[in-house]
Design a protein around this ligand. Sequence first.
Ligand SMILES: Nc1ncnc2c1ncn2[C@@H]1O[C@H](COP(=O)(O)OP(=O)(O)O)[C@@H](O)[C@H]1O
Ligand SMILES: [Mg+2]
Length: 219
Amino acid sequence: MIRFENVGMRYGMGPEILRDVSFHLAPGSLHFLTGPSGAGKTSLLKLMFLASRPSRGLITMFGRDIATLPRAELPDLRRRVGVVFQEFRLLDHLTTYENVALPLKIQGRSEDSYRADVKELLAWVGLGERMTAKPPTLSGGEKQRAAIARAVVAQPDVLLADEPTGNVDPEMGKRLLRLFIELNRLGTSVLIATHDHALVEAAGAPELMINGGRLTVRG
Ligand SMILES: Nc1ncnc2c1ncn2[C@@H]1O[C@H](COP(=O)(O)OP(=O)(O)O)[C@@H](O)[C@H]1O
Ligand SMILES: [Mg+2]
């Protein structure tokens, strides 16, 4: 699904923050991405949703080398990847419901075909009463749950989540983990960046650990 071979990454002329990173995510796999703050977790995710370019090495997504991918194919590739950004990136002028439904709307689906599913998902993440609220009036944890619902609503092939439980209490953290596991059971490859060890232990999934720019796989 995603393969990295000897990937290096740097910002501008700075030092390489990722060095010789090699791993692959198989279809239907679930992994955690761990490492201390500043280790490069967010930077690695940026490579995977094509927001940054590697300074060396090979990255293939869905069997395509991203370095030679024609621009015209980028939107299609991005549609297959759901992302929960650390800073949420919700659209402030849309309601919570509209934010979460947006990926389906962009696919050209009729609202009648998804309204009930979106409402059910919102209820599941505890936002049933906040559907018509706009992001500026949501708490940090509510925004995080809306961002997660938006990332999973279209059942992407790959889900990348950056610290998805950073703003919620442990109970909600476990609930969100169940949502990721459920999505994974439906076939989505899931990668969760976190420094929450309780979450990693609760799921018992393999860990991609970044330290000193190097990545090792555990489990
Ligand atoms: N836009 C940027 N420009 C320059 N350096 C950056 C930028 N974003 C992150 N960094 C640096 O890259 C390193 C890895 O950061 P990051 O990927 O955010 O780590 P993590 O998500 O594991 O906390 C840090 O040293 C950070 O300061
Ligand atoms: Mg980060």
